[in-house]
Design a protein around this ligand. Structure first.
Ligand code: HEC
Length: 199
């Protein structure tokens, strides 16, 4: 071997790049098993027909979502196609109002307002927002808050009225419910366990 020969180093660079490309391709395909909708960590959209819990798993040292019994959203069991349409609409609303200008999803976005990944599971909906809005279910309280956040000021930062129609608010609630069913390896850590962050 001649270490002075540039061809030696070039061959090294080329072969390393090729090997790493193969590794990258493998890892990308492997990740898809987990992160595609219906994959190992991401339930199908019609999971919104079921109860979603969040329980500490000692073997993983993290909270993991637990999919439970039937619990139709807004009292209506949806087909997979209907659930997909709701998600498309919910995502469009979230993009058009730029919720990420204040909020984070999976920790991405702005740090002005709470992370929304597990918002559906926030105990504050039943403890504070259902009584405050006078609504009988969590989803109705969420939709009401999303349509008129300015009507329910807390002592913390205020969310402005983004003029969501009822249909838009409900599709966002559906999206947030599905989002909370994703196994995020425990992110955000300890969510909803110790503090209720509304007065
Ligand atoms: C200008 C900043 C801002 C924008 C834009 C914004 N929010 Fe908020 N949002 C807030 C603040 C601040 C709070 C906390 C309000 C409080 O605690 O009283 C909040 C609270 C929430 C909550 C309650 C979270 C929880 O777990 O208690 C939800 C859900 C929510 N926002 C959804 C949205 C959605 C969906 C959008 C886009 C359609 C959006 N927000 C856009 C500032 C914003």
């Amino acid at each position: 071997m001649n270490f002075q020969d540039p061809l030696f180093w070039r061959a090294g660079a080329v072969s390393t790049t090729l090997v790493m490309l193969v590794v990258l391709a493998f890892l990308s395909v492997d990740s898809m098993r987990y992160i595609r909708v219906g994959g190992l960590h991401v339930p199908k959209y019609d999971v919104i027909n079921q109860e979603i819990g969040y329980q500490y798993d000692w073997s993983r040292s993290a909270d993991v979502p637990v999919i439970g019994a039937a619990q139709p959203l807004f009292g209506k069991t949806v087909t997979e196609a209907e659930a997909t349409a709701l998600m498309d609409k919910g995502k469009l609303v979230i993009q058009s109002r730029n919720c990420m200008n204040c909020h984070t999803f999976f920790g991405n976005g702005a740090y002005y307002a709470p992370d929304l990944t597990k918002s559906w599971l926030d105990p504050a909906w039943s403890q504070i927002w259902m009584p405050a809005t006078g609504k009988a279910t969590r989803e109705e309280a969420m939709a009401e808050f999303l349509m008129h956040p300015d009507k329910y000021p807390s002592w913390q930062r205020a969310m402005p009225d983004l003029k969501l129609s009822e249909e838009e608010a409900r599709s966002v609630v559906a999206y947030l419910k599905w989002l909370s069913s994703i196994d995020t390896n425990g992110f955000p850590a300890g969510f909803g366990r110790s503090v209720v962050h509304h007065p």
